[in-house]
Design a protein around this ligand. Structure first.
Ligand code: TEU
Ligand code: CA
Length: 557
């Protein structure tokens, strides 16, 4: 039986998008020494686990999620000595380090792929997913890449197609090949022996592929079949993750987080049920699709609170343990997507922090959300950097959508919104670098930056500190049972955390006006634990009034 020991249950994870966090050598690119410089900042915030996006050798087609050598550090981020120093210094400060394990695919520049494509009968030939063309020479199936276009790329050397669920420069690995799996486990040990404390496993629900591929009946994005059809949660997924647990994960004190796109609650529990000895938690995606529409992710659609509440509730009820997040390096900024980044930026950012921090499970904070960084209003597609944005913009052009409308739609959801440089202060480039950064700094950095928030006792940063401190020190918030209340309310998400006979009532208002809330624990009274408004009364009355985007937590009774 796999048990989550205390540091994992009390853990608060902070995701660092390395390229945009802090540039120590003024080349406009964030780096590992830049992280070392900010370890005290992160410790003071109160987080205790740092998840770093990939820092390995890569051609950067997908900003490092296309790995060419898992055991070499991309020189633009620093050296292996820098990494060793970062791990050592983080541990000295009581901070854990989680690496990003990208093993659904490699870069096409990885030596394994270079050899695999040379012939059909060498040691690496079967490390990837190769299939013959159809009779007419076309791609084996209508599967589409997540980044647009076909998921199959023709290779003249082998006269076959290879599968790539993402960019054509990211060929999918063949996990049915035992020798390949062993090579992955060796690579994982290389890093666990260096003292890292866990893995975030990229696209892990895709690693087990069908023996035979069939055409996807659902043509999701008009051009090609849905990219995951018949692939996510494949026939051997749990066999391989249990094998990984036995071979590597069980031998070290690690936290493991699987990124599991296109996975429902029932399947999600199979990954995290401790008796199955697979992973500690998974990133669900159901609540990330609440504002998808006719054009998938890049639809100009706003979320409905009832959908967000329903999805979060399903996973809270359905899983032994959750990862609680609203944003990351693949998503728009949470205050712009789920809050109000104009009139109520600070209050809505703080309310969202309470929602993330006080549900049952491990809270994940994405860099910059602790100061309420917002989406960028990119003036042209050329200001964006993400291949997914470019490909989507092109696709919209082909569909006859106007340039202006296509830019508006891509602007709203591009992953670049979460990838602009961390805003440290109001100096040049927001204190991220003395050089022009690889992607523009959000022009609002003079109003929104860490230095400003540190000087203000009522800032978003200060609220994050309080919410984190409360989450870490309160057994009910760490391990108490969860139950939704006011399930049909049009303005709030409210739930109860319970342990023994103690209850904590959490109410998160998504309304931009004052609203009334009927306390379900009539007559019991209670004491205020935290609010993002100074005006909140200390007692819990039978009827309470919440200010716009107010978050409140009470101990009941
Ligand atoms: O993302 C996996 C994934 O599901 C993608 O579809 C992602 O959610 C999508 O791009 C959002 O529109 C992981 C990484 O987090 C992402 O940065 C990588 O691009 C992707 O895998 C390939 O490694
Ligand atoms: Ca740098």
């Amino acid at each position: 039986m796999m048990r989550m020991n205390s540091w994992k249950k009390e853990g608060i994870v902070y995701e660092i998008y390395v390229q945009s966090f802090n540039d120590s050598n003024n080349d406009g690119i964030g780096d590992i020494r830049g992280i070392i410089q900010k370890l005290d900042y992160l410790k003071d915030l109160g987080v205790n686990i740092l998840w770093l996006t990939p820092i390995f050798e890569s051609p950067l087609v997908d900003n490092g999620y296309d790995i060419a050598d898992y055991r070499k550090i991309n020189p633009q981020y620093g050296t292996m000595d820098d990494v060793d120093e970062m791990i050592e210094k983080a541990h000295e400060k009581g901070l854990k380090i989680v690496m990003d394990l990208v093993v659904n695919h490699t870069s096409d520049k990885h030596e394994w792929f270079e050899k695999s494509k040379q012939s059909r009968d060498n040691e690496y030939s079967d490390y990837y997913i190769w299939r013959d063309p159809k009779e007419d020479g076309s791609a084996p199936t209508n599967h589409g890449s997540a980044f647009g276009g076909s998921a199959w790329e023709y290779c003249p050397e082998r006269k076959q197609y290879y599968l790539h669920l993402f960019a054509k420069e990211q060929p999918d690995l063949n996990w049915d090949n035992e020798q390949m799996r062993k090579a992955i486990y060796d690579t994982m040990r290389f890093w666990t022996e260096k003292g890292i404390d866990g893995f975030r496993m990229d696209s892990i629900s895709f690693i087990s592929k069908p023996k035979e591929f069939s055409d996807a009946p659902v043509v999701e994005n008009k051009e090609y079949g849905a990219y995951y059809y018949g692939i996510s949660n494949g026939r051997n997924i749990h066999k391989y993750l249990h094998e990984m647990y036995e071979q590597v994960l069980s031998k070290y004190d690690l936290i493991t987080i699987g990124e599991t796109p296109h996975t429902d609650v029932e399947e999600g529990e199979k990954y995290v049920d401790p008796s199955r000895e697979e992973l500690d938690m998974v990133f669900q995606f159901e609540h990330m699709h609440v504002d998808y529409g006719e054009y998938g992710r890049y639809s100009d659609v706003s979320f409905k609170l009832s959908d967000l509440r329903h999805d979060l509730d399903q996973w809270q009820k359905g899983l032994s343990w959750n990862s609680n997040y609203l944003g990351n390096h693949d998503q728009p900024r949470i205050v712009s997507r789920f809050g109000d980044d104009r009139k109520y930026r600070e209050k809505s950012a703080e309310m969202l922090a309470m929602l993330i921090m006080f549900q049952r499970g491990t809270p994940f904070i994405y860099q910059g959300d602790e100061i309420g960084m917002t989406n960028v209003d990119f003036k042209s597609i050329n200001e964006m950097r993400d291949l997914e944005a470019y490909n989507t913009y092109e696709r919209f052009m082909k569909l006859g959508i106007s340039k202006e409308r296509a830019l508006t739609m891509v602007n709203r959801k591009t992953r670049d919104n979460g990838r602009t440089p961390m805003q440290w202060n109001s100096k040049q480039n927001a204190g991220f670098s003395n050089a022009e950064s690889w992607i523009e700094v959000n022009p609002n950095y003079k109003e929104i930056n860490v230095e400003k928030d540190l000087e203000n006792k009522d800032s978003i940063y200060r609220f994050y500190q309080k919410a984190i401190d409360l989450r870490k020190s309160n057994e009910i918030l760490i391990d108490g049972a969860y139950a939704l209340i006011a399930a049909d309310d049009s303005d709030i998400i409210a739930f109860v955390r319970e342990s023994g006979n103690q209850k904590i009532l959490v109410i998160c208002s998504f309304a931009d006006k004052k609203i009334k809330f009927n306390n379900p624990f009539k007559g019991k009274g209670g004491k205020l634990l935290l609010s993002n408004y100074e005006t909140a009364k200390p007692e819990l009355n039978d009827v309470i009034y919440l200010q716009p985007y107010e978050g409140r937590a009470y101990i009941v009774g």
